[in-house]
Structure formats: structure tokens, C-alpha cells
Design a protein. Structure first.
Ligand SMILES: [Zn+2]
Length: 213
């Protein structure tokens, strides 16, 4: 696959390992770069089948930089018009410290060329530029136990997540709470969910009793 040359710049080498553990395919660990742009042609780093779970290890955002995304993760068989149901199983800090309110700052599926901001001729969108097409803590904190429905725009869905936040107890502002960590996701594919359930954007289903006061 040939990437637009503009993508070669934003992709930054991983300062540390971004390991992907896929229990359905056996243990494996490999280093992949984080990405800080959205584009349908960014190659997938791993894949998961419906009903499967995956751990994504996310790097911290560097000061002044765009949010760093982990992925994209291909959901096998997903096609545009489908919806993926993503359960946040657990979120943890890389240093192992207890952080019950950890949540991703951003989560979303790759845009199609048509849904890229700027249209099909646009080269790539910054990590936070998709606005309402993204889920994340700007809408609600997806702590462990949360569920989000995401419409699929490209074959394989190409799910990315990142910019993990670990706010302290009672903190209302998590902009300075980004740290490296991991997130365990379970993914289920719903055929033609966009049409059947009228899911046109991320639909959040936070846990009934959020752990953030
Ligand atoms: Zn947050």
C-alpha cells in the first residue's frame, strides 16, 4: 500500500514499545509507531475478530504535540455501514499504579475519504480534528465498564484509541492527566448497524455509576 507522502511525516517512531496482545491469535508483541493523524490508508497494526478482545498499549502525548493514537485495529469482516460495539474492559497505567478513573481521551474509527474533514482530496486529519465523529472524554469518560457504539466508514473499521487520561480523585480537568498506559477492549460487530439502529456517530453508553465524581 502506498501512503500519501503527507502521512510519512506525522507518523512518529515509537519512543517505547507499543505492544499488542491478541489472545485469539496467541501471544505476540511487536513495536509499532503511534499515529497522530486520521486517514483511511494508515495500515492496520493488528486485527481482532468479533467478540474478541485486545490490549492496546498507548504512549503519552508529548507536550505541545497532538494526541497520539494507538492502532489502527482491523475488525475482521467489518464493512462501511456496520457498527462496532466496543466495551472498555479495563484501563491501567503503564507504571502499575492504581488508577480507577482511567479512560481514553480519544477513540474512533478511521474516516472514509468522503468523511475526512476537507473531503476526499484532504490528506489526513489531526488526531482531534474529527470532532463529533470521535468518542472520548470530551463527551464522557469511558472508564472500565463503559460501552461505545462506533459507525464503520472503511473496510475493517480501523479502530484507534489513545491519549489515555488518569485523573486524580475528584479532578475535573484531565487535560494534564495524560500518561502512558494500556487499555483492554472487547469488540463486537453489528451488521448494518448504521441503518438498523440509526447510529450515525459515536453513541456512548457510560457505566451506570461512573467512578469519576
Ligand atoms: Zn479525559
Amino acid at each position: 500500500m502506498t501512503l500519501p507522502s503527507s502521512l510519512a511525516v506525522p507518523l512518529r517512531p515509537a519512543p517505547g514499545p507499543a505492544a499488542h496482545h491478541d489472545p485469539l491469535r496467541g501471544d505476540r508483541t511487536r513495536e509499532v509507531p503511534g499515529h497522530e493523524r486520521w486517514h483511511p490508508d494508515i495500515p492496520a497494526v493488528a486485527e481482532v475478530i468479533t467478540g474478541g478482545s485486545v490490549r492496546m498499549e498507548c504512549q503519552a502525548r508529548e507536550p505541545g504535540a497532538d494526541a497520539l493514537l494507538c492502532g489502527p485495529l482491523v475488525v475482521v469482516g467489518a464493512e462501511p455501514g456496520d457498527v462496532i460495539v466496543v466495551d472498555v474492559v479495563a484501563v491501567g497505567r503503564a507504571d502499575g499504579l492504581y488508577a480507577p478513573s482511567g479512560h481514553p481521551g480519544l477513540i474512533g474509527c478511521a474516516p472514509s475519504a468522503d468523511t475526512l474533514p476537507g473531503g476526499p482530496t484532504a490528506e489526513a486529519a489531526r488526531s482531534e480534528a474529527l470532532g463529533r465523529a470521535l468518542g472520548g472524554c470530551a463527551i464522557a469518560p469511558l472508564t472500565a465498564g463503559s460501552r461505545i457504539l462506533l459507525p464503520v466508514h472503511v473496510r475493517g473499521a480501523k479502530l484507534s484509541v489513545g491519549d489515555l487520561h488518569f485523573p486524580g480523585r475528584g479532578a475535573v480537568d484531565c487535560r494534564r492527566a495524560g500518561l502512558p498506559g494500556w487499555i483492554d477492549l472487547r469488540v463486537n460487530l453489528t451488521r448494518r448497524g448504521v441503518e438498523r439502529f440509526r447510529v450515525t456517530g459515536p453513541m456512548l453508553m457510560p457505566e451506570p455509576s461512573p467512578r469519576i465524581a
